[in-house]
Design a protein around this ligand. Structure first.
Ligand SMILES: *Cc1c(COP(=O)(O)O)cnc(C)c1O
Length: 380
């Protein structure tokens, strides 16, 4: 059976070398736009590609505003500062995520609180969130107070794992009810929709990453999206060292960050975004082929997009029936030049976050033991 699986991977991704998990594809106007940056000398944070990309992104996801940043982690950090997350805050998120989500919470001096994920979406579970808020918190003066710590639950950051949308509309309703700011970590889900609406547009702010391994890339990059004009202005301000607009004076009205995306990265990203629809189609057809193939393989279940969702299928995944079987699958594929990976070690098990409050996390624990990501690059 193993040989058959290996052959299938090889037939899908025809390459002589190692089949990567996810590699970028530059098949559009990348070189043309990059040359334009160099020819015009506009390579840094002021330049038309930054503005052009922000306009293109806002239009693509139907959001009011987009602010481009140096990376997704910086976007998360800035979004949380704007949401008022501070050392007196706690932020609810999921344990099954990339460490950037929790790092950004920590940069604000706040602590993460972990609730479980849903087994079908792999993303934050509205049930687990609601149970935590109902049993552990109290609304006092409009603030959602964690009764055990006395701290304010300021924000909730669900993540759309591997591009699969979580039950984000239910999560939004619950956050509203408990006066918790919703920020979506949509780093992995550019182009994914839930009930026709783009991920990243359900909360007060949404965050994308354009790191080299994401569905479109600027080398390194990120963005904050929001419908709130005032927040958008503040996001631009805080990510450009809080410099006050003036023809020649250097004056800053708060501690800001040098988090703005350089023009050269935005140039690459404009060309990438022009190809996103093609990438989405291409990745969906790969997912379809995986789905059909693994439906005939006992003990390996393909992870399909959840109900009501249209996933970008950024990273495809399969689910094995035990940790031992997962490890065997990882070993055989990697030993044969097919790159596969387990999910991230759960955040609540990392040394830095070990003391953080956790709900029952059975789903996340089970999924971590059973899921493997498989090669998912766009095929040309
Ligand atoms: C990639 C990613 C980020 C942001 O990463 P950067 O490398 O800083 O752009 C944040 N959260 C998740 C879940 C991610 O996968």
């Amino acid at each position: 059976m193993h040989e058959q699986i290996l052959d299938f991977f090889r037939s899908l991704h025809n390459t002589a070398g190692v089949i990567p998990l996810h590699e970028p594809k530059f098949i559009g106007k990348e070189k043309e736009y990059l040359n334009e940056c160099i020819d015009t000398n506009f390579v840094s944070s002021v330049g038309k590609f930054v503005d052009r990309f922000e306009a293109m992104l806002a239009e693509y996801v139907s959001s009011g505003y987009a602010i481009a940043t140096v990376n997704g982690t910086a976007a998360l950090h800035a979004a949380m500062i704007l949401a008022g997350v501070d050392a007196n805050s706690e932020v609810i998120t999921q344990p099954l995520t990339f460490v950037a989500t929790c790092n950004a919470i920590s940069y604000c001096g706040a602590k993460p609180v972990f609730v479980d994920v849903d087994e079908d979406t792999l993303g934050l579970s509205p049930k687990s969130l609601e149970t935590f808020l109902e049993t552990k918190t109290k609304l006092i003066d409009g603030k959602c107070i964690n009764q055990a710590t006395g701290k304010t639950i300021k924000a909730c950051i669900p993540m759309h794992t591997f591009g699969h949308p979580c039950r984000i509309d239910e999560i939004a309703q619950i956050c509203n009810k408990f006066n918790v700011v919703l920020i979506e970590d949509a780093a992995e889900s550019m182009g994914s929709r839930y009930k026709e609406k783009h991920t990243g547009t359900f909360g007060r702010m949404g965050v994308f990453s354009f790191n080299g391994n994401k569905i479109i890339t600027s080398g390194g990059g990120g963005a904050i999206i929001t419908d709130d004009q005032n927040l958008a202005k503040q996001a631009e301000h805080i990510t450009t060292t809080a410099k006050m607009p003036h023809e020649w004076e250097y004056a800053h009205d708060m501690i800001g960050y040098n988090y703005r995306m350089p023009n050269i990265n935005a140039a690459l990203l404009c060309a990438q975004l022009e190809k996103l629809d093609y990438f989405l189609e291409n990745k969906r057809s790969l997912a379809d082929e995986y789905s059909e193939f693994f439906s005939g393989v006992a003990g390996v279940d393909f992870v399909a997009e959840p109900q009501n969702a249209r996933s970008n299928y950024w990273l495809n995944a399969v689910r094995l029936h035990s940790e031992d079987k997962r490890d065997a699958f990882l070993r055989v594929t990697n030993e044969n030049g097919i790159m596969t990976r387990p999910t991230w070690k759960l955040m609540n098990e990392l040394d830095m976050f070990k003391g953080c409050e956790c709900s029952d996390l059975s789903n996340a624990e089970r999924l971590h033991k059973e899921i493997v990501n498989i090669p998912s690059s766009v095929r040309i």
